[in-house]
Design a binder for this molecule. Structure first.
Ligand SMILES: [Zn+2]
Ligand SMILES: [Zn+2]
Length: 76
């Protein structure tokens, strides 16, 4: 059996929503409503974030917390 991965942000609001993406920064599960797609240049060494596992061309989704850290003001 595979457990459904729930949206962390919805769980915070005491609702249950299946996640469709995972925050690349903190690993939270995110539903469509809470996943923020960000467009960032390819990260290389020196960036203060654990993103070395990123592969070129993958969509990059982050939660609102991490989105605002990476691109201040980009997420509500
Ligand atoms: Zn959600
Ligand atoms: Zn996050």
């Amino acid at each position: 059996m595979i457990a459904m991965l729930r949206c962390f942000e919805c769980a915070r609001n005491e609702t249950v929503e299946e996640s469709v993406a995972i925050c690349i920064m903190c690993g939270k599960g995110l539903c469509m409503g809470h996943a923020h797609r960000i467009d960032l240049p390819i990260w290389e060494g020196g960036y203060p974030a654990p993103v070395r596992i990123l592969k070129k061309g993958l969509p990059r989704f982050v939660c609102s917390d991490c989105g605002n850290i990476l691109l201040p003001g980009s997420c509500e």
